[in-house]
Write a protein that binds this ligand. Structure first.
Ligand code: NAI
Length: 343
């Protein structure tokens, strides 16, 4: 079975080759992203494998169906880039629901510590044999209040890490976890009380710009914002304004609303056209990483092995454990609930 693998990165290829070894799957690695302009590359393949910034909209879905492709394997957890409802009846969509929530939660804490203890500045200084401590004063995490939005797999691991630091945790989740000792509060209360806010919810219509002008207006002065979830959870222009007005004390962003044409690529030596991103990066209290929170060896192995297992189950006609919910509306007669294929 031949799989067209879009947006392939150097780090993907070894783990996918290892996972596919000895199976009947053969990957063709394309550097380009899947879009309506590139979908033709999938012609003649049996399946398609995509990542976070490939665009699986109605035009792409129609074309894939026309080419007789019946499976789309996401090698990530989030799927805001896929028009899920359109896929129903045409394209089975499978994903990797959890590959290493630890990787993302640990990266979030790494960003927080780097930012508030000024490690990024100290690293550059001592590289230049500058041992001055001027401007490096940080603050203790112990005793601070962290507000976590989204208490799923990653959010809860982040909560445990924060508790290890002696922080007080409050949280907001549309579907609060039952049987836990997490103190759930409204978003308003979370914005008012938190010294640090960390986003771990999916990007949906409801969570789009959950950190926007209104939310920023409610923040404690100096609040630190962490986003390792999805860029569009934050209105980047409002964030920039909040930083300039000294309301937001620091921001650590592993994701950015307009990242799709920028992240994962080398623009050193080029002029970046995105003024908001350029201005954010120029701020002394902003740290940006390029959607790398997932990037650990353990996660890469899990991603490749789960994706290969998802594709093999599809071609073997088996039940697809990691098939997405297409929100088909047949709530009373849900095939997924009965561990059957949705269509
Ligand atoms: P999860 O599905 O286990 O948890 C998500 C949580 O968000 C759930 O508890 C859910 O109830 C909650 N939620 C849903 N709608 C909400 C709303 N409107 N308001 C508040 N909370 C809401 O997902 P997991 O594995 O913890 O991942 C969280 C997010 O992390 C993903 O959606 C993805 O966008 C992001 N992610 C980022 C990575 C990176 O490399 N930066 C890698 C993997 C995931």
């Amino acid at each position: 079975m031949k799989i067209a693998f879009f947006d392939a990165k150097e780090y993907d290829i070894p783990s996918f080759q290892a996972a596919a070894k000895g199976t009947d799957l053969e990957f063709k690695f394309y550097e380009t992203k899947l879009t309506a302009d590139t979908v033709e590359l999938a012609k003649g393949y049996d399946g398609v494998c995509v990542f976070v910034n490939d665009v699986v909209d109605s035009a792409v879905i129609e074309k894939l169906a026309e080419y007789g492709i019946g499976v789309l394997a996401l090698r990530c957890a989030g799927y805001n880039n896929v028009d899920i409802r359109r896929c129903y009846g045409k394209l089975h969509v499978v994903r990797v629901p959890a590959y290493s929530p630890y990787a993302v939660a640990e990266h979030t804490m790494a960003l927080l510590l780097t930012s508030i203890r000024r490690i990024h500045k100290a690293y550059n200084r001592t590289k230049d044999f500058n041992f001055s401590l001027r401007g490096l004063t940080g603050f203790d995490l112990h005793g601070k209040t962290v507000g976590v939005i989204g208490t799923g797999k990653i959010g809860r691991i982040f909560i445990d890490i924060c508790r290890g630091f002696g922080m007080h945790v409050i949280a907001y989740d549309k579907y609060p976890a039952q049987g836990t000792d997490i103190e759930y509060v409204s978003t308003d209360e979370l914005f008012r009380r938190s010294d640090i806010i960390s986003l771990h919810c999916p990007l949906t219509e409801e969570t789009y710009h959950i950190i926007g002008r209104e939310a920023i207006g409610k923040l404690k002065k100096g609040a630190v914002i962490l986003n390792t979830s999805r860029g569009a959870l934050i209105d980047a222009e409002a964030l920039l304004e909040g930083i300039k007005r000294r309301i937001v004390g620091a921001a650590c962003l592993d994701v950015y609303e307009e990242e799709s044409d920028i992240f994962f690529r080398d623009f050193s030596g080029h002029i970046v056209e995105d003024d908001v991103l350029a201005r954010l990066i120029s701020m002394p209290n902003v740290i940006v990483t390029s959607h790398q929170a997932f990037l650990t060896e353990e996660a890469l192995t899990n991603i490749a092995e789960t994706t290969v297992a998802n594709l093999r189950a599809y071609f073997a006609g088996e039940h697809l454990e990691n098939e997405l919910c297409y929100r088909c509306g047949k709530v009373e007669d849900c095939k997924k609930e009965r561990s059957e294929r949705c269509f």
